[in-house]
Design a protein. Structure first.
Lengths: 255, 647
């Protein structure tokens, strides 16, 4: 007979909060796992009353949505947390922001609106901005045009099982080029899917179609995530929660 | 290569490092910014320390010693300390190609800009990484080639009790506890700088050599006899001590460090916070260098531990606390401590653990208490020797019955995995001693299945090759050859697998005997071994603690060629038994242990005689307390932990 924890089961989730945060600066080199660990510890330090799973190995109720790759910065990472005591979302945001490293900013925290469905269903597209130091707009623009003109662009993608050829083109919804300070900037909207097409793969696609090779390591920033609508706009995934408002407004515990 | 690229001392190299980070594995380990890390303004400090752990970041970051010194130094207004770790080959190649020198992860400052480079050696296998870091830093490998502009390279940690193999590469070594020694060194460096660096580097080192616990190898001349052994070790100046004694911090409650433990973003080998509950051990296990060189036992009080746990959890957000020491169940207040900590943290999802456990039923009680609110997966016991006979030799006495009973109790209490730690290649050991490990494991599984009523219990037998260490009774012993170790492990594996119905519940973990031979060479080596280390590094050797980087053949070839001119070789340092009056390379370095007592204890080992712990029986004159002016500091204090007020 397996041993069971003594005592009552852990308190249930009474409130779900949805959080948008940014990873910037040096912490663009943090992996998803690194950030997940940092977030869990910050939640403990900030004394956010997390709901836990039952059993001998209780885990805080945290759902991560597709994370930006190691090396890429982001202004739009999303996570959902379950609390065992209702809290003021703004107080949680501020406390968590203070407990996390400087280069991780907690930008928004809203209560999950009742009946608005899951957050994951509201995200299928990423908006990327990729700085290419040492490259000019004149070099980048024709390459982007060449890419958009193709129907199929096969690139080798590094996966767990080694290199695998994928067609990167269908995932690229739109792309354009602009000029920045000492760099060209690639703006690209990518539909998320399997296999995931990331900024590196788009750059590999540009190399494949136009022999474009950045002289210095590119710097990618995910500017937004959300659902792509028919007009080509990426909707803010937290909008439905904001308009739904919080369910029954009980007193909020302070964090 | 790097001097012309740098401008101001203490300037951040990060802008030059960042493009390289995009091209390597696990870049997070080089960016710093850990929780509780500090970057102080360069010019505000009179003395700048770079503290290095000469292994990968994931291994080095959790190191308690480095964390303590980092905090102790940074608390001083006139000092600044930053950390640096061994750089993996992928980044090292890019750094060399781009002229980026060894840097600290805090301020990304060049290591050469610092006044002192302190390197903590937990194991001798970090020596090649020291050379790699010196080279990447642009610091001359040989201490003698350095000038005033270079940092003073200081070795510390347990391996520094015999720094002779790295004597050519370090400027000094600190013996013993570092908390107070780093302050004294800071004072000396500060005064010398303020006076306009009189007498240059030589004078600075001479002043350091007069600091208690600091050994400056260049001020000691070593000569050798025709048989290859050391003929003499003598100071070359009359103002340095003939024998350098270790430092001992008394009253650990006065030194509650780390107060603000570092929490990395990157994954590390210890995903928990550690609180050292006592330092030193007098159990007298004859193989254990840590237990010999850290005497006497100095306990933290229950209330001191309670407040460190509380402050540390607040400062880190860790979900587990390890109560660290060489044998945690021996703390005089451990039962009460376990109960009261478990009471305090009930319902908070905070795990408590004792990382090292002797074979004792009391340990199961403690572990039950500490884990009463959480998961019970694995428990580790360290009988160390397979047979009762060999356990008498190593002075780790536990009967087979007690061992089986203890482990069975663990299974009966809901633990499903028990790890048993043994050593192979101990002095006087035969195949039969090692084969008894199999009998033990089989009996443990049989009895455990019966006691727990479960078939899925597991026992992992983990075996390390024994390496004789300086300042222990086994410092005279012949090390077993790699072939002997490999042979014994082979016959053990065969025996464990004889009965598959039991054998499938037993896991066997071991490494081949080769790295242990090199560790043995470096542990008991003298200054001549420095040439071997340098040659191995020049031929590409580094990260010797990692099997994918370690090359036995490279070490053997280098040892053969570099040592032949001296008429010695690898076997001379490893598999040769020393005689009573041979001058050992570390004889002028004093751990407080009386050499005659060590020899007598070695003879007792050979005649399988045990010695009792001096905490509970009369003093057996190991020599440490009178030589060092220290005393045993143990409780119980009679105090208790109050419940924490609701936060």
């Amino acid at each position: 007979m397996a041993r069971q924890p003594d005592g009552p089961p852990p308190p249930p989730t009474v409130q779900k909060l949805r959080i948008r945060y940014a990873k910037r600066g040096r912490l663009r080199f943090a992996s998803h796992r690194d950030l997940a660990r940092a977030l869990e510890r910050a939640l403990r330090r900030a004394q956010v009353p997390m709901a836990f799973s039952a059993g001998f190995s209780p885990h805080p109720k945290i759902s991560y949505l597709g994370a930006a790759p190691t090396g890429a910065a982001s202004e739009a990472e999303y996570v959902e947390i379950g609390l065992s005591v209702r809290c003021d979302p703004e107080a949680v945001r501020a406390a968590l922001d203070a407990a996390l490293p400087e280069d991780v900013a907690v930008l928004e925290c809203v209560e999950a609106g009742e009946g608005t469905g899951s957050l994951a269903d509201r995200i299928d597209t990423s908006v990327w901005r990729v700085e290419l130091p040492g490259m000019t707009l004149e070099e980048l623009r024709p390459a982007v045009e060449e890419l958009l003109g193709r129907d199929v662009v096969v690139v080798a993608k590094r996966t767990k099982n080694g290199l695998k050829d994928i067609d990167a083109r269908p995932s690229v919804v739109s792309a354009s080029a602009s000029a920045g300070a000492g760099c060209a900037i690639l703006h690209v909207v990518v539909r998320q899917g399997t296999p995931a097409v990331r900024p590196d793969d788009v750059l590999a696609a540009l190399a494949a179609v136009a022999d474009l090779h950045p002289p210095l390591p590119p710097r990618a920033v995910r500017e937004a995530q959300g659902r792509l609508d028919d007009t080509g706009t990426v909707a803010d995934p937290l909008d439905p929660d904001r308009t739904a408002g919080a369910p029954d407004q009980e007193a909020h515990a302070t964090v | 290569m790097t001097a012309e690229l740098r401008t101001t001392a203490g300037e951040s190299l990060y802008p030059r490092l960042e493009p390289l980070l995009a091209q390597i594995q696990k870049p997070i380990q080089y960016v710093g910014g850990e929780l509780n890390a500090q970057v102080k303004p360069w010019d505000a400090a009179a003395v700048h320390w770079a503290l290095m752990y000469p292994d990968a970041y994931e291994v080095g970051l959790p190191n308690q010693g480095l964390m303590i010194l980092y905090e102790v130094l940074n608390e001083r207004a006139d000092a600044l300390a930053e950390r640096t770790y061994a750089v993996w080959p992928d980044l090292a190649a890019l750094m060399r190609a781009n002229g980026v020198p060894q840097f600290t992860v805090d301020g990304h400052r060049a290591v050469t800009d610092f006044d002192v480079l302190g390197v903590s050696f937990a194991t001798e296998l970090g020596y090649t990484n020291l050379l790699e870091a010196l080279d990447l830093a642009g610091i001359p490998l040989h201490a003698i080639a350095r000038d005033e502009s270079h940092p003073v390279v200081v070795a510390g940690g347990h391996a520094a009790f015999n720094p002779e193999p790295v004597a050519d590469f370090v400027d000094c070594a600190v013996l013993g506890d570092g908390e107070q020694a780093v302050g004294d060194i800071t004072d000396v460096v500060k005064a010398w700088k303020a006076q306009g660096r009189p007498g240059g580097r030589e004078e600075l080192l001479a002043r350091l050599a007069r600091v208690d616990g600091v050994y400056v190898p260049r001020f000691y001349a070593v000569s050798y006899a025709d048989d290859g052994a050391i003929a003499s070790v003598a100071p070359t100046r009359d103002d340095v001590p003939a024998k350098v004694g270790k430092r001992t911090v008394m009253d650990l409650d006065e030194w509650p460090y780390p107060k603000q433990p570092l929490v990395p973003l990157a994954e590390s080998v210890h995903e928990r916070m550690s609180v050292e509950i006592f330092r030193g051990c007098t159990r007298g296990c004859r193989f254990c260098q840590a237990g010999m060189i850290t005497r006497p036992v100095r306990e933290r009080t229950i209330t001191g531990i309670g407040s460190m746990v509380e402050q540390g959890l607040k400062a880190t957000g860790y979900e587990e606390v390890g109560l660290l020491s060489l044998s945690s169940a021996d703390h005089s207040e451990i039962g009460q401590l376990a109960k009261e900590l478990a009471d305090r943290y009930e319902g908070t999802n905070t795990g408590l653990s004792l990382p090292s456990t002797r074979v004792d039923a009391f340990n199961v009680t403690l572990a039950n208490e500490l884990s009463r609110n959480g998961r019970r997966s694995g428990l580790t016991f360290a009988p160390e020797g397979g047979s009762e006979r060999i356990r008498r030799v190593i002075n780790k006495t536990v009967s087979k019955e007690d061992l089986v009973r203890t482990v069975t109790t663990a299974y009966a209490n809901g633990w499903t995995q028990v790890k048993l730690y043994f050593m192979c290649g101990l002095p006087t050991e035969t195949d039969e001693d090692v084969l008894e490990i199999a009998d033990l494991a089989v009996e443990v599984i049989r009895a455990g299945r019966e006691a727990s009523g479960r078939k899925d219990i597991r026992c992992t037998v983990s075996i390390g090759g024994f390496v004789p260490k300086p300042h222990t009774p086994f410092q005279w012993a012949a090390q077993a050859s790699a072939e002997t170790i490999d042979h014994r492990l082979r016959v053990l594996r065969t025996k464990i697998n004889e009965d598959r119905r039991i054998g499938r519940s037993i896991g066997l973990r071991y490494h081949d005997g080769k790295p242990g031979v090199i560790e043995g060479l470096l542990s008991r080596g003298d200054r001549r071994v420095g040439r071997v280390i340098e040659r191995v590094w020049r031929e590409g050797g580094k990260f010797d603690g990692w099997s994918e980087h370690f090359s036995y053949d490279r070490w053997v070839a280098a040892a053969t060629e570099e040592l032949a001119p001296f008429g010695v070789g690898l076997d001379w340092y490893t598999t040769r038994e020393r005689t009573e009056h041979e001058i050992l390379p570390w004889d002028h370095l004093d751990s407080g242990l009386d050499k005659e007592w060590l020899w007598d204890d070695w003879q007792d080992a050979l005649s399988e005689e045990e010695v009792a712990d001096c905490r509970w029986t009369p003093c057996y004159d190991c020599g440490v307390c009178p030589t060092m002016g220290t005393e045993i500091q143990i409780g119980p204090t009679g105090r208790s932990l109050l419940p924490l007020t609701v936060v």
